[in-house]
Design a protein. Sequence first.
Length: 144
Amino acid sequence: MAQAAGTSSNPEPTLEIIPDGSKLTVAITLDRFTTFQISGWTEQILDLAKAIVAADSKWMPGNIRTFARDALAFKRARVFPIDEDPEALNFQAANEEESEQARRTLDALKQLRSFVRGVFYDASEQLKKQAIELGEDDRPTTIQ
């Protein structure tokens, strides 16, 4: 994991997938000064992207749909805000088929949120490990 200065002027936390040969690296930008790049999540990224594409419906935000398609094509996936709450989307289905599509969409968006939390946890654990290796205090690191 590397911590580097971000170049984006966008103050919202964002997620980006960066292709690296046959692997995908996750880059999370917390603010314009802090970006974490974490590898080892390729399989989870592809599973998540497949779930998003499979759940594609009129309720799936376009930026997330594009993100998933780019990740599956091993293209640099677009950056998008990661703090959107899937529960806040308005799912009003007219029939049983739309209801099922809405459920799959909500499940995929929840999977995305869980993925992001997992990556944050991984980043936190790696920061703690680096602090111990550098002889710094071994108390837990808080990322805000």
